[in-house]
Design a protein around this ligand. Structure first.
Ligand SMILES: [Ca+2]
Length: 77
């Protein structure tokens, strides 16, 4: 299921990132990520899992680079 979410996010990474980062901070936190719940019709826990898997340096912030970088590698595997 998490894989499906990552595919969805991958397909429109930048659009979804901007949806989370409404304030234009340049990064998103877990709370911002919850804005995707309605958009992707997924559970809050699943979004947290995706967040954790994308947050490569585990600092609690997701930059657009992290958002798209990891997805790039996910697509390759
Ligand atoms: Ca990070």
């Amino acid at each position: 299921m998490t894989d499906n979410i990552q595919e969805l996010i991958s397909a429109k990474a930048e659009e979804l990132f901007n949806l989370c980062d409404k304030e234009g901070k340049g990064f998103i936190i877990k709370k911002d990520m919850q804005r995707l719940r309605d958009e992707l019709d997924v559970e809050s826990e699943q979004l947290e899992d995706v967040f954790d898997s994308l947050d490569i340096d585990h600092n609690g912030f997701l930059t657009l680079k992290e958002f798209t970088c990891k997805l790039f590698f996910t697509n390759l595997s």
